[in-house]
Write a protein that binds this ligand. Structure first.
Ligand code: HAM
Length: 466
C-alpha cells in the first residue's frame, strides 16, 4: 500500500487566523421528549419475558408474524380508526412530507394489518389468516401514569372468520399471556352489535343525555355531539350517576349479535376464563362491531384497577371500509408498558425494601488475564469459547486480577480461566472451579474441550448447592 499523502495545507486567511469564539456556557444536556422514555437495561429482562411469551403463544395458537411500517398514510387511520375518535382527532403524530404526502406515526396496529392483508392479497389465502405483531405505537396523548406518547403493543388479529369461538379464543390467548407474566387479570366484555343496532342505540343514548344536558360538563356536551358512546366511559362523576338510568346496549342488539354474544359467553364459561359483563364498555376506536373486551388487573388500587392492560374485539366492517371485500375479523392488543410496570411492582414487592439491581447477563466461563501476553491470548481464547456456543465473559480492560474475579462472581461464572505470561509461555491456562475453589492447569488448546467435559459431568451430577 502506498503511504497516504498528507492533505495540502489550506492557506491561512485572516478569518481562519482569528481565535475561535469561546463558548463560556456549558452545553445543556438534552432530555428525552415529553411522554417518551428510555427502556433501560435494568428493565430489559422483563421486556424480554414479554417478547418470549408473545412469540411462544403466537406459535401455540398458529399466528404468523407481521411487521408493518411505523408510518402510514394519514387517511388509513381516518378511515380505519374513525375521524371523530380521540386517537385520530387529538392524538395523531402527523406531518406532510417533502413530496406532499400526509403521513402519520401509527397510533395502533389493526388498521395497518388490515391494509397489509388487503394489499398483499391475503384475502385469497385459506381463511382465517392469523397475524401477530409486536412494536411501538405513537399517540400524542397527555402524558400521565401508564400513558406514554410512544408505547408498545403486542397484537393478534384473526381475519376471515366470523365464528364467535374466535372471539373467545382471543380472550383466552390474552388471559394466558397475562397469567404467564404473573398478572392476575379479568376481562370485561360487551357487545356493540351491528352498525344498524349500534346506530339505533346511539340515538336512544343521545335522546337520554339530551334530556339531562344541564348536568353535563362542556367536554361531555361535545362528546354528546361527536361520539355519544364515549359518554359511557367518561370518568366524570355526574355521568357515572346518569349512566345508571341510561339505556343499555344489550336491549338494542339485533338477534344475530345477541346470539353471537351468548355463544362467546358460553365458550368463556366452558374454558373457565374469568370475565365480567360490562354494558358500558364501548372502546375508543370506531371499527368495532359485536364483541368488545378489555383486560384489567385485579388490584386494590382504584387507579390501577381502572387502567386497561389491553383491549380488542370484532371488527367485521373494517376490511371492507379499507377497500377489501367484506371480511369478518377480530383481534386484540395488550399494552406492554403497563404490563411491564405491573411485573416490576411485583418484583419490587418480592425484593421488599431492597432497591432492584441491574443483573448482568450470566456466563458459564470467565476469562481473566494478566500482563500483555496474557491479554492477547485471552482475546483469542474468548473467541474460541464464543464460537463453541459457551457463554463467556471477560474484563479485558482491567489489569487487576481481583477486580476481574469479582466480575466473574457477579456474572455467576462457574469456571474462571486465568492466563498470565507464564501460562502463555507454557501453552497452558489455570482453570478455577468457582464453587469448589479448586484449581488445575490445563493445556490451552484443550480449554474449551475441558469445560465442555466438566459441564457434561455437572449436568449428570449437579453439585448440592446448584
Ligand atoms: P387500544 O385499547 O387503543 O386498542 O389499545 C390497547 C392497549 O394499548 C390499551 O389497553 C393500553 O394498555 C395500551 N395503550 C393505549 N394507549 C396507550 C398509551 N398512550 N400509553 C401506554 N399504553 C397505551 C387498540 O389499539 C386496538 N388496535 C386493539 C385491537 C386489536 N382491536 C382489535 N385488534
Amino acid at each position: 500500500m502506498s503511504p497516504k499523502k498528507a492533505p495540502a495545507k489550506k492557506p491561512v486567511q485572516a478569518a481562519d487566523a482569528a481565535p475561535a469564539p469561546v463558548n463560556k456556557k456549558a452545553p445543556q444536556p438534552i432530555q428525552v421528549l415529553r411522554g417518551m422514555r428510555d427502556l433501560l437495561p435494568i428493565d430489559q429482562s422483563l421486556w424480554d419475558e414479554t417478547r418470549k411469551i408473545s412469540e411462544s403463544l403466537a406459535k401455540a395458537y398458529s399466528f404468523d408474524r407481521i411487521d408493518t411500517p411505523m408510518v402510514e398514510e394519514t387517511s388509513l387511520f381516518i378511515r380505519g380508526v374513525g375521524r371523530s375518535t380521540d386517537v385520530v382527532e387529538k392524538e395523531l403524530y402527523s406531518w406532510e412530507t417533502q413530496g406532499g404526502e400526509n403521513i402519520s406515526l401509527r397510533p395502533e396496529g389493526t388498521a395497518p394489518v388490515v391494509r397489509a392483508y388487503i394489499q398483499h392479497g391475503m384475502l385469497n389465502m385459506p381463511q382465517p389468516v392469523r397475524l401477530w405483531y409486536y412494536g411501538p405505537m405513537f399517540r400524542y396523548d397527555r402524558p400521565q401514569s401508564g400513558r406514554f406518547r410512544q408505547f408498545y403493543q403486542v397484537g393478534y388479529e384473526v381475519l376471515g372468520d366470523a365464528d364467535p369461538i374466535i372471539d373467545a379464543q382471543l380472550m383466552v390467548l390474552g388471559w394466558n399471556m397475562l397469567k404467564g407474566l404473573g398478572i392476575d387479570a379479568t376481562v370485561r366484555i360487551n357487545s356493540l352489535g351491528s352498525p344498524e343496532s349500534r346506530a339505533n342505540y346511539k340515538n336512544a343514548l343521545v335522546a337520554y343525555f339530551r334530556s339531562k344536558k344541564a348536568k353535563l360538563s362542556d367536554d361531555d356536551k361535545k362528546r354528546l355531539l361527536k361520539n355519544p358512546l364515549r359518554l359511557l366511559d367518561s370518568k366524570d362523576p355526574a355521568i357515572q350517576e346518569l349512566k345508571a338510568e341510561a339505556p343499555q346496549i344489550v336491549d338494542w342488539l339485533d338477534e344475530e349479535s345477541k346470539s353471537h354474544f351468548f355463544r362467546v359467553i358460553e365458550f368463556l364459561d366452558e374454558l373457565g376464563v374469568p370475565y365480567q359483563l360490562d354494558p358500558y364498555l364501548v372502546r375508543g376506536l370506531d371499527y368495532y362491531t359485536k364483541t368488545v373486551f378489555e383486560w384489567y388487573a385485579a388490584s386494590d388500587d382504584m387507579e390501577l384497577a381502572q387502567t386497561a392492560l389491553g383491549g380488542g374485539g370484532r371488527y367485521d366492517g373494517l376490511v371492507e371500509s379499507l377497500g377489501g371485500r367484506p371480511t369478518p375479523a377480530a383481534g386484540f392488543s395488550l399494552g406492554l408498558d403497563r404490563i411491564v410496570s405491573r411485573m416490576k411492582e411485583k418484583q419490587q414487592k418480592q425484593a421488599g425494601e431492597a432497591p432492584l439491581e441491574y443483573k448482568p447477563e450470566p456466563v458459564l466461563v470467565f476469562i481473566a488475564q494478566l500482563g500483555d501476553m496474557g491479554r492477547k491470548k485471552a482475546l483469542a481464547l474468548f473467541e474460541e469459547f464464543r464460537e463453541a456456543g459457551i457463554a463467556v465473559g471477560e474484563a479485558f480492560s482491567k489489569a487487576n486480577i481481583k477486580a476481574q474475579m469479582e466480575m466473574a462472581n457477579r456474572r455467576g461464572a462457574k469456571w474462571a480461566i486465568v492466563i498470565g505470561q507464564k501460562e502463555v509461555l507454557d501453552g497452558t491456562v489455570q482453570l478455577r472451579d468457582m464453587d469448589a475453589g479448586s484449581q488445575e492447569i490445563v493445556d490451552v488448546k484443550k480449554a474449551v474441550h475441558e469445560i465442555k467435559k466438566k459441564l457434561a459431568q455437572r449436568l449428570d451430577n449437579p453439585p448440592a448447592s446448584a
